[in-house]
Design a protein around this ligand. Structure first.
Ligand code: SF4
Length: 93
């Protein structure tokens, strides 16, 4: 794992835990997937300055990509319909 974003992992873990608690979701119980998504969010924060969704392509247009900052624009609908968000980070309880 690159050192460029590992320092951001603890705060990213805290962020997703707090958001899940606040929104009434649970996090993926598969630790491997959970860690991979958290790493992706931390990596995007290190590279792009925002916790962009690691499972969506960025356009490079910050206006357009704003919807992809976690928790993204689509997650509530995805969780309501599929029981989980696109990245399988947040799940319905
Ligand atoms: S799909 Fe899930 S992990 Fe990705 S940005 Fe949306 S809420 Fe976050």
């Amino acid at each position: 794992m690159s050192d460029e974003f590992t320092h951001l992992i603890p705060e990213t873990q805290e962020f997703v835990q707090k958001y899940a608690a606040k929104a009434g979701y649970r996090l993926n119980e598969n630790q491997e997937i959970l860690d991979a998504v958290i790493e992706g969010l931390a990596r995007n924060k290190a590279i792009h300055g925002k916790r962009y969704c690691p499972c969506r392509l960025l356009s490079g247009n910050s206006e357009e990509d704003r919807a992809k900052i976690c928790p993204c624009k689509w997650h509530k609908d995805e969780i309501a319909h599929d029981g989980m968000c696109h990245c399988q980070l947040y799940f319905a309880k």
